[in-house]
Design a protein around this ligand. Structure first.
Ligand SMILES: [Fe+2]
Length: 389
């Protein structure tokens, strides 16, 4: 039997008012990385004020864009090094938290540039832990970046943009405060919430899965299935949004067991068609589960049983439940419905198949795909054509 390891280095603080713990976590030189929206909504200022309560000097880098580039990270690192930070706080969605973690990794290894971290493939940089404290405050409920060890950064150095997965180390602390996701627009709540579902479903049946992550995953999946539609419709600090916020962090922790083909292929959809990460996962996930079912059927049957999904073919029912959730959350059911034409997919497909095959998430998928399999899965997602399970 293989030896499996699980650690959760991130200290998690959760609940209404959890942000108030921030002064006790801050050093004396605090850099706040934020989405512009967080600044407009007053959250950046509130975070700075709490750090200042602890006697810290603060500065802000709030130029984060979706699908952040290595150039953006490098600009942040330059600012951070000039400021001589001892604490970095990310406030925002997954892009902001990924930039925050990348900046921390680069600042802790000054001999290595962001470009070199990107080029280093998938090897972790030589991190000197404890130098810079990293605190993540998610404002969306899905990416799990607040507890994960990786960051997804876009590399445009070779022409067409490619998403690369960097191993940056997990934040030291995460603050899961429902005041932050309360402000999410409905489509962001839907897309990021489905991303959390994809993390948990993929990790549940991954090649490196184990009981500890499966327990977190099955609870997170049950919560998303029950709460996602309400959290999309109910804007504000509601029980459904809080439940989703906690479930997203749980699902994020399961990524330690690896993800799979859904993420490998969705990483190609976002740069090709501008479809958000969570929505791209939603368009793929039912098809990936159906594809994997031949080798991971036992895992999916067990998951279906845990979720109370029964019938004569529980795996097919699970696939149907995952597909229906998209409609219940107001999302498109196919790439075509999401606005991608047949011609656009045909043109982009060779590069998507090549890059998808090389994505590191393929390694932990329970079934190893051929390029032909990947091509067929993209067409399945284009017209929501579900394979027999
Ligand atoms: Fe994801």
């Amino acid at each position: 039997m293989a030896i499996l390891s699980f650690s959760m280095p991130t200290e998690i603080h959760l609940g209404n008012g959890a942000l108030d713990i921030l002064p006790s976590l801050c050093g004396q030189r605090v850099l706040v990385v934020a989405d512009p929206a967080m600044t407009q909504l007053g959250f950046t200022e509130r975070v700075c004020a709490l750090a200042q309560q602890a006697g810290a000097a603060t500065t802000v880098f709030d130029a984060i864009e979706p699908d952040p580039s290595q150039e953006l990270c490098a600009a942040g690192v330059e600012l951070a090094e000039d400021f001589a930070l001892d604490t970095i706080i990310g406030v925002g969605g997954g892009s902001t938290l990924d930039v925050t973690k990348t900046m921390r990794a680069a600042c802790e290894t000054p001999a290595v540039t962001v470009a070199e971290l990107m080029a280093a493939g998938f090897s972790p940089p030589p991190r000197q832990t404890g130098q810079i404290s990293c605190i993540a405050i998610p404002s969306t409920s899905g990416t799990g970046s607040e507890v994960s060890r990786g960051a997804v950064i876009t590399d445009s150095s070779a022409g067409a943009p490619v998403k690369r997965v960097l191993f940056t180390g997990a934040p030291d602390a995460a603050i899961i405060d429902p005041a932050f996701p309360a402000t999410m627009p409905p489509h962001v709540a839907a897309d990021t919430g489905y991303d959390a579902l994809a993390h948990a479903v993929e990790s549940y049946a991954s090649a490196e899965t184990h009981r500890l992550t499966q327990a977190l995953a099955s609870d997170a999946i049950a919560t998303v299935l029950a709460q996602l539609p309400a959290s999309v419709q109910e804007f504000g600090n509601t029980p459904a949004r809080y439940a989703m916020h906690v479930a997203a962090t749980m699902a994020g922790a399961t990524m330690r067991a690896g993800l799979g083909l859904c993420h490998a292929l969705s990483h190609q959809i976002t740069p090709a068609f501008g479809i958000s990460h969570g929505r791209a996962n939603a368009l793929l996930l039912p098809h990936i589960v159906a594809y994997n079912a031949g080798v991971a059927g036992d895992s999916y049957s067990e998951l279906a049983a845990r979720l109370g999904i029964g019938g004569s073919n529980p795996v097919a029912a699970l696939v149907g439940t995952l597909a229906e959730l998209r409609t219940r959350a107001g999302m498109p059911a196919s790439l075509r419905e999401a606005g991608v034409t047949k011609e656009q997919l045909t043109q982009a497909l060779p590069q998507m198949v090549a890059n998808g095959s090389r994505d590191p998430n393929v390694a932990s998928n329970p079934r190893q795909p051929t390029p032909e399999d990947i091509e067929a899965l993209y067409w399945d997602a284009w017209e929501d054509r579900r394979a027999e399970v």
